[in-house]
Design a protein around this ligand. Structure first.
Ligand code: ZN
Length: 159
C-alpha cells in the first residue's frame, strides 16, 4: 500500500466535495478516500452522490497525522528538534523517578544531540526502551519523600 500524505490545507473548509473531487484536490486515489471513510471520515448526511464537507475532511486528516506522530516505536523517543522519533545516542537513557510508579526519561538524540524527554511508567521501561542502558538518577524531590504540592503535571521544568 502506498503511503502518500494528503495535505489537509488544500481542502477549503466551506466547500463540499464528491469523492472524486476530493481525490483530485488532494492528489490521492479515489480508493484512498473510500479508505478514509472506513476509518471514520463522515460524509454529509443524505446527499447523493456522497459529499464531504471540507472542514470535516481537514479535521479528519489532521487527526490522522497526530495519531501517527504520538506513537514512538520501541527504543525511540520523540526529538523536538528533528521532529521525529530518534534513538538515544549510544543507547543510553537516564530515568528520574518522579512518582512511585513513573518518572522522566532523558536521553540525547543520536542525530542532532538535543536532549529528549519522555514520561514513562517504571513498569513500561523494559518494553518501551528495549536494549537501552538505563541509568536511574535521583531527583531532588526524592530527598523529602514527597512531591511538593505545587508540582504540576503540565509544567515540565528544566533544572
Ligand atoms: Zn534530534
Amino acid at each position: 500500500m502506498r503511503a502518500r500524505r494528503a495535505n489537509p490545507n488544500r481542502v477549503k473548509s466551506h466547500f463540499s466535495y464528491t469523492a472524486s473531487e476530493l481525490a483530485a484536490c488532494l492528489d490521492v486515489h479515489k480508493n484512498t478516500v473510500r479508505n478514509w471513510q472506513r476509518k471514520g471520515l463522515e460524509p454529509i448526511d443524505g446527499q447523493r452522490p456522497v459529499l464531504f464537507q471540507g472542514a470535516t475532511v481537514r479535521a479528519f486528516l489532521k487527526s490522522q497525522r497526530t495519531s501517527r506522530k504520538r506513537s514512538c516505536a520501541p527504543g525511540t523517543m520523540y526529538c523536538l528538534s528533528c521532529r521525529a522519533s530518534r534513538r538515544p545516542a549510544l543507547g543510553m537513557v537516564d530515568f528520574q523517578p518522579m512518582r512511585p510508579d513513573s518518572g522522566n526519561l532523558r536521553a540525547i538524540c543520536e542525530v542532532c544531540e538535543t536532549v529528549m524527554h519522555r514520561r514513562i511508567r517504571f513498569a513500561d521501561l523494559e518494553r518501551k526502551m528495549p536494549g537501552c542502558e538505563v541509568q536511574i538518577t535521583q531527583g531532588p524531590s526524592s530527598l523529602n519523600g514527597q512531591a511538593s504540592p505545587s508540582l504540576n503535571c503540565d509544567s515540565e521544568k528544566e533544572d
